[in-house]
Design a binder for this molecule. Structure first.
Ligand code: ATP
Length: 198
């Protein structure tokens, strides 16, 4: 089965693009959502987080995200430690999920692929690209956060241009170029690729 990774900067429209692929019958693994789920449902991960941040990080099985966010924001080494716990758990979960799929190809959507090296597990990498100003506006509109917060997140990510250069395909989601025809064309090519590697 062909494994396709979809990546892009914050607010580029990765999830939006993936939702279209889902309507075409392609299963999508959303790494961020999986990580959030595992932080409360994977016993080993929960224990690791409790060890790192204290047992009071959880109340009735729910993680105190604000507490974790404030700690990792102040201490970058804690963020690294947290990621070192979450990342392998999410990768493992994604691998198990992929084994259960029966479609010609599957998609994994994640903001970090090149940063983590997990792009190596994918057969094809697709980038979703949008100008930075538009990405900022979209994220403010979606999450209701300040421009400063979005810029902080952008500063923590790999440069979008560099990311796109490393992808095999790039989908332009700039509110000017029609999105659907690009996705349909890409779907066609991915199906052909999937057939040729069978
Ligand atoms: P993140 O990395 O933060 O999860 P993302 O790359 O997955 O972001 P989306 O959540 O898909 O981005 O898009 C960000 C916001 O922009 C959403 O509210 C989405 O509905 C909107 N958006 C994205 N693409 C388009 C588009 N082509 N037309 C209209 N709205 C769009």
């Amino acid at each position: 089965m062909l494994k396709v990774g979809i990546t892009g900067g914050i607010g580029s429209g990765k999830s939006t693009v993936c939702q279209v692929f889902e309507t075409l019958g392609i299963p999508v693994f959303y790494a961020d959502r999986a990580a959030k789920y595992l932080m409360e449902n994977d016993a080993v991960l929960v224990d690791g987080i409790k060890l790192l941040f204290g047992v009071d990080t959880y109340k009735a099985g729910k993680i105190d995200r604000e507490k974790v966010a404030s700690i990792v924001f102040a201490k970058p080494d804690m963020l690294e430690k947290l990621n070192a716990l979450i990342h392998p758990a999410t990768v493992r979960y994604g691998q198990q999920w992929m084994l259960k799929q029966t479609s010609p190809y599957v998609i994994k959507e994640a903001a970090i692929f090149f940063e983590s090296g997990t792009y190596k597990d994918m057969d094809v990498m697709v980038g979703v690209s949008a100008p930075q100003t538009l990405r900022i506006w979209r994220t403010i509109g979606r999450d209701g956060i300040t421009q400063e917060k979005v810029l902080e997140r952008i500063a923590n990510q790999m440069d979008e241009e560099e990311k796109m250069k490393r992808c095999d395909y790039v989908v332009i989601n700039d509110d000017e170029t029609a999105l659907l025809p690009q996705i349909l064309q890409l779907h066609k090519e991915l199906l052909q690729k999937a057939n040729s590697v069978k």
